[in-house]
Ligand binder design. Structure first.
Ligand code: IPD
Ligand code: CA
Ligand code: CA
Length: 265
């Protein structure tokens, strides 16, 4: 990748993977952050990975800002701000299910410019800039390209299970499910990677924070996909997002999703 910080982002992902792997599928204490009264798990692996990433940023780019899920925000008004979700999919991670990954995004003057999604067990790294995206394995690199030209009736859609806790939105997504080939709940970041790789046609998420989405925007956009809020506005600060392989499917899904009364967050 050509972005000046792409190699550094890969170093961050290496450090995170090294911190996480010793804990995967091992007996593990799981705490709940309990910020919203619902189960919101965090483990020593989440904390160790974010600490390792932050330590490297502080050492190499002390003027850069950091927004991290577990350890908060510093220098948010810096020109470059790293946005970190050390384990996206902690519920899957603690269950030994491979839908999780580390998300590392980079904002330049508030705009996403670089995103890395790292899956250390699979040794797969999805790297995106707004103009292109690749999947890098230990011995190979392939350009990421979304699947295009798929009608809603033929679409494979993944949605976050958080949707099932929001009755009105859930009802609208269920209606969408009736019009698609398949809609499956329970996606974490790997669903977005598979959208970028052309195996999934749409991903719908809700309840997102900036660290859930910042890295995904360059990956999906760079692969040729469309990612926005459910109302079509910018995805970065949206709680609810829709990502699709192409614009036509995006419009078709939004028509169904945004009928009167739909939640925008
Ligand atoms: C979760 C994942 C999931 C989304 C949830 C998030 P976490 O992140 O991003 O896909 O549906 O809303 O909380 O908590 O595992 O980092
Ligand atoms: Ca997350
Ligand atoms: Ca997380």
């Amino acid at each position: 990748m050509s972005h000046q910080f792409a190699a550094f982002a890969s170093r961050l992902a290496d450090a995170a993977g090294k911190a996480i792997l010793p804990y995967y599928r091992q007996p593990l204490q799981v705490d709940s952050k309990g910020r919203t009264g619902v189960f919101d798990p965090v483990t020593v692996a989440d904390r160790a990975a974010e600490a390792a990433i932050r330590e490297l940023i502080e050492r190499c780019w002390p003027n850069h800002g950091i927004i991290g899920e577990e350890y908060g925000t510093i220098r948010a008004d810096a020109a470059y701000v790293w946005v970190i979700d050390p384990i996206d999919g902690t519920r899957a991670f603690m269950s030994g299910i491979l839908s999780w990954g580390t998300l590392i995004g980079l904002l330049h003057h508030g705009e996403p410019v670089l995103g890395v999604l790292d899956q250390p067990v699979l040794a797969e790294r999805f790297i995106g800039e707004m103009t292109g995206a690749v999947r890098r394995g230990p011995h190979s690199e392939a350009r990421l390209k979304t699947r295009r030209g798929v009608a809603l009736a033929d679409a494979t859609i993944w949605a976050s299970s958080t949707i099932t806790t929001k009755p009105e939105l859930f009802a609208r997504v269920q209606r969408l499910a009736g019009q698609a080939r398949m809609l499956r709940y329970g996606s974490d970041c790997m669903a977005m990677a598979m959208l970028a790789e052309g195996h999934i046609d749409a991903v719908i998420e809700t309840g997102l924070e900036i660290y859930d989405i910042a890295a995904q925007i360059p990956i999906v956009t760079g692969a040729g996909g469309i990612i926005t809020a459910l109302d079509g506005s910018t995805a970065l600060h949206a709680g609810s997002i829709l990502a699709t392989g192409d614009r036509r499917l995006h419009q078709a899904i939004r028509r169904v999703m945004n009928e009167p009364g739909a939640h925008s967050r």
